[in-house]
Design a protein around this ligand. Sequence first.
Ligand code: AMP
Length: 378
Amino acid sequence: MFKKNIKKLDHNLFIRKVDDFEKVTPDLSLEEPVKNSFNDFAIFDKLKRNIKDHGYEVPTEIQDKTIPQILSGRDVIAMANTGTGKTAAFLIPLINKSFLDRNQRVLIVVPTRELAIQIRDEYQIFAKGTQLEAVAFVGGASIKRQTYALKHKPQFAIGTPGRLKDLVNRRELNLQLFQNVVLDEVDKMVDIGFIHDIKYLISLLSRNRQSLFFSATVNVKTREILQSFVRNAVTISAKQQEVINNIDQDVIRLSNGESKIDALHNLLIKPGFDKIIIFGRTKWGIQKLTNQLVERGFKALAIHGNKTQNQRQKALQMFKNNEIQMLLATDVASRGLDIDSVTHVINFDAPESYDDYIHRIGRTGRAGKKGKALTFVD
Ligand code: AMP
């Protein structure tokens, strides 16, 4: 029944995306095959080598279409989910620009701490040997250390709206200095409630700037931001179904008298359940479930809003390094997480919206690998 619903929603989503797509008049569709290789891009040699050393052979579709536009100086509206390679799509041309002109500064605004740190880590791979500096400005970390880091005028500032606003209000951060601004996962920032902060930050930006707007979907609210943000932008839309095609989706029903935790336990001991993300709706529920699983002998850690930044980073790192079998997360904490080879996503609590469902299951089936998504239904 639920599986049917998923398919139905899928279809509705597709229609909605097409509507959005039409309203923002896309200039480039990603239905065409990838045309460029990384060598074709007008970027400096060391950057090409860093990309190659990182193991990227061909650009993803969003990179193929977006990188030349950003290199040419255009504003860009890109409708792309995580998992499409969107991060490198904006990092590569912006690193190139800042390398050629060291006065360039780049501000990247993202919804969560984890995403900020993930982007900074990816940045460090591509910017290796350039002596360009990037700093993440996120809540939960020492603001003193961040204000100190600002004194060095890092070329790249990557931050969450709340912390950036704090730094602006303390007169530590001058947004006029940034000629390049990326808003990443705008739909999520709006969902979390950052719309006013973002509008405030935009109002303080220099008018003389290149603006890049990344969002999985564009609705009324994201469009409000978009209109005050970009000028004469080229619009690019990633194929929406790409992520889903690699994911085998199914539901879990409880048999008579079986408890949910027992059903989960029975799944987790099956072969192939090697690297699992389990989603729950509340911080409290996720923590309780984590404790229960640990008591049963599973190697599990949780990330949610009640954890310190350090605890969240440590849990992520251990999960990435395969030191724990499973990571339990709330929707917000998991936004944009990029972890290799997740075998299963389990929705212990059903997601609240279709968008959340897509974001959750998109943690698996990445970079061409197959993944499984299982959703508990009552
Ligand atoms: P993103 O959408 O930026 O979160 O990226 C999703 C995943 O795709 C990450 O694991 C990236 O490292 C990976 N990726 C991005 N671009 C490429 C590429 N050109 N070739 C191979 N993997 C890539």
